[in-house]
Design a protein around this ligand. Sequence first.
Ligand code: SF4
Length: 382
Amino acid sequence: MKGQVSSLYVHIPFCASKCYYCDFNSYVSTSDVMDRYLDGLDRELEAVSSAYEHLPLQTVFFGGGTPTIFDARQSERMMAMLHRHFRMADGVEISVEANPGTVDLEKLQVLKDGGVNRLSFGVQSFDNDLLVKLGRLHDRDAVYRSWELARQAGFGSINLDLMFGLPGQTVETLQSTLRALIDLGPEHVSAYSLKVEEGTPFYTWYERGKLILPHEDEEVLMYQLVMDSFRASGYEMYEISNYAKPGHRSRHNQVYWRNEPYMATGSGAHGYVNSVRYVNQKDVPQYIETTVGGERPVVETEEISDVMQREDTMILGLRLLEGVTFERFREKHGQDMLDVFAKPIRKYEQRGLLTVDDVGVRLTEQGIFLANEVYAAFLGDE
Ligand code: SF4
């Protein structure tokens, strides 16, 4: 992987309760454990900062879990340790994931003063019955209250996460959520369909026939409705699940989709630096013990071969609607994309799922719906 790293992910693995569909690395815990986690994170940030030759940070993302579960004092500490160990580039994007109902003005102000300039709320739906079915703690009113507080604190770039394909959801009920969401006017929206993941209550209920999900055809209609609604309301669909008002694309997530390097800290976090992917210890007590003891908590490393890097560039890059440009591919891999991937590109071009021009390769409107099939064609085909 060429190019120095200038992005950082920080994982905060705590939530107020566990949503029924969630397989993320997150736990319900006490404030005392959170303090000790911050002790460990402080040491890990220091170690990561000196382990890699990095540039001043262009993007930082605090994800979870629910980073805003920290109180104002802990949030202040979290921001202070970031600035103690890393320099920020001018215009750095610092994002924090939040859940409706977990923010107050004091905490938001602390984050803002610490340089956070982008908030991402896990709203998921404006339908209170659906939110209960998902095991979410918030309701529609909590979304409005948290939104007001965020604006009051001066946040001008807010993402709202949305889910569709939910149990009992119909195209009509999704439509009213979309209307409510668009009325609020967030600068960015991420909209994903529900995936039932093993090890979650949803998985157990699904296996027992107790979780009735919309039919596949209805889910396609929902996806189409999501795309149409945002595009008609001044949002650019720039990635297969992401929509932004002009100037508000997530710069951090584009680092992932462009297959660029990033450092990662926190329990269970995955990083990618110098062509090596690494994974941190997931278990929170173990993570704390290792990091407080002055060791890095890395439990797995994998050297990514040139072949895999080229595949990743295509698979991740085709998620972006601008696709992968010939120039970017050549700069990154020193080869022509069409020399490496002529076969899958031509095959899916003929099927009308990819389009190729002088600039590069991207999904067609039809390809967006069959994206997973297209990505798979780039694996092991060189
Ligand atoms: S808030 Fe997010 S991370 Fe936490 S349990 Fe729910 S889905 Fe998982």
